[in-house]
Design a protein around this ligand. Sequence first.
Ligand code: CA
Ligand code: CA
Ligand code: CA
Ligand code: CA
Length: 502
Amino acid sequence: MNLSCVYTFEERNRNKKMKRKLLLVLMSALVVITSCSKSDSDGDLVIPPITGGETDNAVTVTGDITANTTWTADKIYLLKGNVFVTNNVTLTIEPGTIIKGDKATKGALIITRGSQINATGTATAPIVFTSSVAAGARKEGDWGGLILLGRAKNNGGTSVSIEGISDATDKGKHGGDNDADNSGTLKYVRVEFAGIALSPDNEINGITFGSVGSGTTVDFVEVYRSGDDAYEWFGGAVNAKHLLAIDTWDDDFDTDNGFSGHIQFALAQRLAATADVSGSNGFESDNNSNGTNDLPQTSAVFSNVTVLGPVEKSDMSNINANFQHAAQIRRNSAISTFNSVFVGYTEGIFYDDARPANSTVNSSKALIDGVSVFSNNIVAGCNGKGNQIKASSPATLTTITEKLTAENSFLPASYASAFYTDPYKFASDIAGGTRAGTPNFTQLSTSAALTGAAFTHAKANVAFFDKVAYKGAFGTEDWSTGWAHYNPNSLDYTTPGKVTSN
Ligand SMILES: [Ca+2]
Ligand SMILES: [Ca+2]
Ligand SMILES: [Ca+2]
Ligand SMILES: [Ca+2]
C-alpha cells in the first residue's frame, strides 16, 4: 500500500472521536485503496496483487496455497517457481483447465503431506499441465512438473527430502507410516514438457510420487516428453491404471525406496533419437541408491505394461547410444512384473547386482528366491546386443536365464509391428515423413499378446488388477482416445478450456 495515501487519510481524521475514527479508518481505507489502485496517473502506486497477476483469464500463481482453492476451466493458470499446496487443504481443478509451468522460474506444483489435489478431468475435457512456451517451441524440461508428497512408508525415513525440491522445511518432505494415505485424485490428466534435471540425481520428473498412499486415485494420466523420468515413485503404496509415457528423455517407470503399489495398463513409447546420459530404460528400479536391505523393500507389482523401445525393426542404426534396457532391476529392488510386453529395446531384462557389491542380498537373489517375480511376459526384439537377458556375473546369468526363459516368452526376431496397429507414429515436430502422425497402440488380430494373461500368482491376484485376457497395456480398445494427445506442441493453449484442439 502507498504510505502517503494512508498518512493523508489519518491527518484528515485526527480530531474525530476514537470509535468513530476506527469506523472511518476502515471505511476510508477501502476508498484509499480503491483510489490508489485504480489510477497511477497522479503518481500514486498501483497496488500489486499479492500473489501474481490476474487479467481477464490468466492467473499467475506463486508461493503457497493455504486455503481450499478451485481452479476453473475459464482461466489459464501460470505456475511461477515452486507452488506448494500446504496446510492440509485441497486444490480442486475443473475438467478442461490449462495450467502452465513457467519456464523462466522453473514452475512446479507440489502437493505437500496432508494436502490433496482433486484433478478429475473427463475423457473429453482432460486437465492439462503444460509448458509456458508458445506452441511449436516447447521442449522437454521446460518446467518442473507435478510432485505429490504423502505419509505412506518409504525405506529412507518418515521425513525425507524429495528429489528436485530445495526446500528445507516440511513442505519438501515425504514419508510416514500410513500406506493408506490419500493425496487426492489425478484422473484424465496430461503433464507435458516437464522434467527439469537440476543436477545429476536431483531431477524433477513429469510426475513424482513421494510416499503417496493407496487412498490416492491415479487413472488415465499421460506424461508427454518429460525431460527426466516420466513417472518416479519414491516409496509409497499408491496404485495407478492407464498411464502413458510418451517420448520420455530418461526412464519411463522408475521405482525406488520401497514403493509397493500396483500399476496396470501402462505404456511407454520411445523415440530413437532421444535418451539420457544416465542411461534410458523402460523400467529402472532400486531399493535405494546403495542397494542396501532397508525396509520396506521396493516391491511394486506391474501387470499389463507395454514398453515400446526405440528399436522399431532389426536395424539398430540411428538409435541414441544412451538407450539401455527394457528393464534394469537393480540395487536390491524386488519389483514384480506380469502379463507385459517389452519390445524393441537395445538390451533386455537386466538383473543388475553391481550395488551392493559382493552381497548375498540383491535383485537377482530376490528373483531366484521368488521374493520378486518376472512371469508370463513377452520380451521381443531386445537382443540386438545379444543380451535380452543380462546379469552381473556369468553364474547369475545362467541361473536367471533358466528361470526367465521358463516363465516368459522371448521372441528376439519380433518387433512392435507384430503386436500393435501403428506403434511408432510421433508428433510432426519430433519425427518426419511417414513416422509423423498419431500412434495406434491397439493390438492386431494376429498379435501373440491378445490372449494368455494370467492372474493366478498371489502377487497378481489382487482386486486392483482387472483380470483381462491380453498381455500388455492395450487390447483391442484404445483407452487413450479423446483425453490423451500425441502432438501437444501443435496446440495453442491460449484459449481457456481448449485442451484437445485449437
Ligand atoms: Ca528421476
Ligand atoms: Ca531415473
Ligand atoms: Ca530412480
Ligand atoms: Ca536413467
